[in-house]
Design a protein around this ligand. Structure first.
Ligand code: C2O
Length: 574
C-alpha cells in the first residue's frame, strides 16, 4: 500500500486527466458528474485453490471477488476493461440505471457485442440520482460465476443516511463455486438438453467456510466490537440459486433493498435471489462469542437438484476464543416459502412519491420453464430433459434467442433481420397458469423461439404483471429489468386477478430485481423515461440461457436530454 496522501493525489490527477481526455470524445453527458472515477479492469485467468482442488478461474485484477468500485452519488465512472482471458467478456453494472448511456449497460448481444480476447472497451456512465449497494458482473455465458464485485455508492457529501450511522461497514457477497469451468458448464448443459448440476459450494466473499471439505480456513470473518452496530452490504451474485442468509442469535434490520432505502424492517433472516442487494444493520448485542453467518439454499421448484450445504462465515466478537466452535445460525428450510413472503411483506419503500398512479401500457407476462420436443438425431446426448425433451424457459411462452449482433446496434442503425417488435402484451391463451392445462405437462410444454421485443414511446407509464406458471414446476424467479428501477406495487399467490389484487401505491419498494412468488405473480410499475434497449430476464443464469427473457425498447423523447447519444468509437464488433 502506498501512503494515502500521494495515492489520493494521483487519483485526483488521474480524474482530472481522464475528464479532459474523455469529455472531448464523448457525446452529451448527463450534467452533474462531480468527480470522475477511473478504474482499470484486467480480465484474465487466475489460479485458485478451493475444496482441495486447484483450478483456473476468470477474474478481474487478480481478485476474487473482484475489485470494489467506490463512488458518490452523481459521480462519473470510467472503467477500461481489457480482456486478457481466453473467453468473450462484457461487464454489466447491475442496478445502475444508465440514464442516456445504454451503450455501456453490458449485456452481451443486447447492448453490445462481447469484448473479444485481446480487445478492450471503456465503460462510461454517471450515477444519476443513485446511491447504495450495487454490483458489477460479467454478462456473457456463465462467467458471472467468478467475474463479479461490489459497487458502493455513498450519498452526496453532507447527506446523512436515514438511519443511525454505523460503526463500520462490510461487503458480504454471496456466490456459487463450481469445480468445473463455468463457460464449458453452460455449453454442456445446453447441449445436454437437461438441467444443470448443482454448484460444488456456496461462498461468502469467495469463501465456502468450514462445512465444506478442506475449507476450515477458507472462511470469511468479521471482527466486531461488543455493542457496536454494523452495516452489511449483502449482494447475491450466485448463478443458479436463491439463498437465505442469517446470523446466529442476531437480528437483521433491512434499511435498503436494491440500492433504494426502505423503512427499517427487523427480521431473523433474509432471502436474496441472484441480482438482489440489501443493506442490513446488525448490532453486536449478544454475549461475547463467535457466531456464524450462514448462506443456505432457497429452492422453490419441485425436483431440481441443489447444493444443500450452507456456506459459513464468522461474526466474531473481540475477545472471543478464536478457535472455539461458532454458534450455528438457524436458516429456514430450503422450501420455506412463508419465510420469503414475510421478508417481502416487510419491504416498504422510504421515498415513494413518484409511484405511477395511472398506467398507459399494461403487459401481462407469464414466466416459467418449458420442455420442448426432442429434435436431435442423438437424443441420448441432447435430450436429457424431462420426458426425454430439451429444457427451455420463456416469457409469454416465447424463448428469447440472442441475436448475432446487439439488439441496440441493430435498432439504432436500422439494420433489419435481427429482432422483431412483436413481443405480445399478453399470453396467447389464458388458463389456470399455476395449476392447469392446456399448457401444462404432459399436455403441451413447448415454447416458441424468437427475438421479440416490445417497443414503447418515451414517457410511457408501464405496468408489468409477471405471472409464474406451473408448466413444468412453479418456482420463484428473480426477474431483473435493466435501465430502470420499478415499484413493486403488488404480489400474491395463484393467478393474478385484477378484481381481487391488492395494490400498494403508498409505500411499495423500488427495486431492480423482483423475486416473483412461487406459483404467484408480481406487479411492477415504472415510467419509461430512459431511451434504449433494455434486457428483462430471469437472473438465474440457466433460465436466462434457456430463454426466460425479453427486451424492452424505449424510444427517444423530444425534449432536452431525452435522446440516446451515438455509440462510443470503441464499441466492440461482433
Ligand atoms: Cu445482473 Cu442482466 O443482469
Amino acid at each position: 500500500m502506498g501512503n494515502p496522501p500521494s495515492s489520493f493525489m494521483i487519483l485526483c490527477l488521474l480524474s482530472l486527466m481522464m475528464s479532459f481526455a474523455y469529455t472531448a470524445l464523448s457525446v452529451p453527458n448527463w450534467p452533474g458528474g462531480r468527480t470522475t472515477r477511473f478504474y482499470d479492469f484486467k480480465v484474465h485467468t487466475m489460479t485458485v485453490n478451493k475444496l482441495c482442488n486447484t483450478k483456473e478461474i476468470v477474474a478481474v485484477n487478480n481478485m476474487y471477488p473482484g475489485p470494489v468500485v467506490y463512488a458518490q452519488q452523481g459521480d462519473r465512472i470510467i472503467v477500461k476493461v481489457t480482456n486478457e482471458s481466453p473467453y468473450n467478456v462484457t461487464i454489466h453494472w447491475h442496478g445502475v440505471r444508465q440514464i442516456l448511456s445504454c451503450w455501456f449497460d453490458g449485456p452481451s448481444y443486447i447492448t453490445q457485442c462481447p469484448i473479444q480476447p485481446g480487445q478492450s472497451f471503456t465503460y462510461e456512465f454517471t450515477l444519476v440520482r443513485q446511491k447504495g449497494t450495487f454490483f458489477w458482473h460479467a454478462h456473457v455465458s456463465w462467467l458471472r460465476g467468478t467475474v463479479y464485485g461490489a459497487i458502493v455508492v455513498y450519498p452526496k457529501t453532507g447527506v446523512p443516511y436515514p438511519f443511525p450511522y454505523p460503526y463500520e461497514e462490510h461487503i458480504v457477497i454471496l456466490g456459487e463455486y463450481w469445480l468445473q469451468d463455468v463457460v464449458q458448464l453452460e455449453r454442456q448443459v445446453l447441449a445436454s438438453g437437461g438441467g444443470p448440476p448443482p454448484s460444488n459450494a456456496y461462498t461468502i466473499n469467495g469463501h465456502p467456510g468450514p462445512n465444506y471439505n478442506c475449507s476450515a480456513n477458507d472462511v470469511y470473518k468479521i471482527e466486531v466490537v461488543p455493542g457496536k452496530t454494523y452495516l452489511l452490504r449483502l449482494i447475491n451474485a450466485g448463478l443458479n440459486m436463491e439463498n437465505f442468509f442469517a446470523i446466529a442469535n442476531h437480528k437483521l434490520t433491512i434499511v435498503e433493498a436494491d440500492a433504494e432505502y426502505t423503512k427499517p424492517f427487523t427480521t431473523d433472516r433474509v432471502m436474496l435471489g441472484p441480482g438482489q442487494t440489501m443493506i442490513v444493520l446488525v448490532t453486536a448485542d449478544q454475549p461475547i462469542g463467535k457466531y456464524s453467518m450462514a448462506m443456505g439454499p432457497y429452492m422453490s421448484a419441485q425436483g431440481a437438484p441443489f447444493q444443500n450445504i450452507s456456506a459459513i462465515a464468522y461474526f466474531q466478537y473481540l475477545g472471543a476464543v478464536p478457535n472455539s466452535i461458532s454458534l450455528p445460525a438457524r436458516l429456514p428450510n430450503f422450501n420455506d416459502n412463508l419465510a420469503v413472503k414475510t421478508v417481502m411483506d416487510g419491504l416498504r419503500g422510504l421515498n415513494t412519491s413518484n409511484v405511477p398512479k395511472e398506467i398507459d401500457t399494461n403487459l401481462f407476462v407469464t414466466i416459467g420453464v418449458n420442455v420442448n420436443k426432442c429434435r436431435s438425431k442423438t437424443p441420448q446426448q441432447n435430450c436429457q430433459g424431462i420426458n426425454n425433451g430439451t429444457m427451455a424457459a420463456s416469457m409469454n411462452n416465447i424463448s428469447f434467442i440472442k441475436p448475432t449482433v446487439s439488439v441496440l446496434e441493430a435498432y439504432y442503425k436500422g439494420i433489419e433481420g435481427f429482432f422483431t417488435e412483436d413481443f405480445p402484451e399478453a399470453p396467447l391463451r389464458f388458463y389456470d397458469f399455476v395449476n392447469g392445462a392446456p399448457n401444462n405437462a404432459p399436455v403441451d410444454t413447448n415454447s416458441m423461439n424468437g427475438t421479440r421485443t416490445k417497443v414503447v414511446e418515451y414517457g410511457t407509464r408501464v405496468q408489468i404483471i409477471l405471472q409464474d406458471t406451473g408448466t413444468i414446476s412453479t418456482e420463484n424467479h428473480p426477474i431483473h429489468l435493466h435501465g430502470y428501477s420499478f415499484y413493486v406495487v403488488g404480489y400474491g399467490t395463484g393467478d393474478y386477478n385484477p378484481q381481487t389484487a391488492n395494490l400498494n401505491l403508498v409505500d411499495p419498494p423500488y427495486m431492480n430485481t423482483i423475486g416473483v412468488p412461487v406459483g404467484g405473480w408480481a406487479a411492477i410499475r415504472f415510467v419509461a423515461d430512459n431511451p434504449g434497449v433494455w434486457f428483462m430476464h430471469c437472473h438465474l443464469d440457466v433460465h436466462q440461457s434457456w430463454g426466460l427473457a425479453t427486451v424492452l425498447i424505449v424510444k427517444n423523447g423530444k425534449g432536452h436530454l431525452e435522446t440516446l447519444p451515438h455509440p462510443p468509437a470503441d464499441l466492440p464488433r461482433c
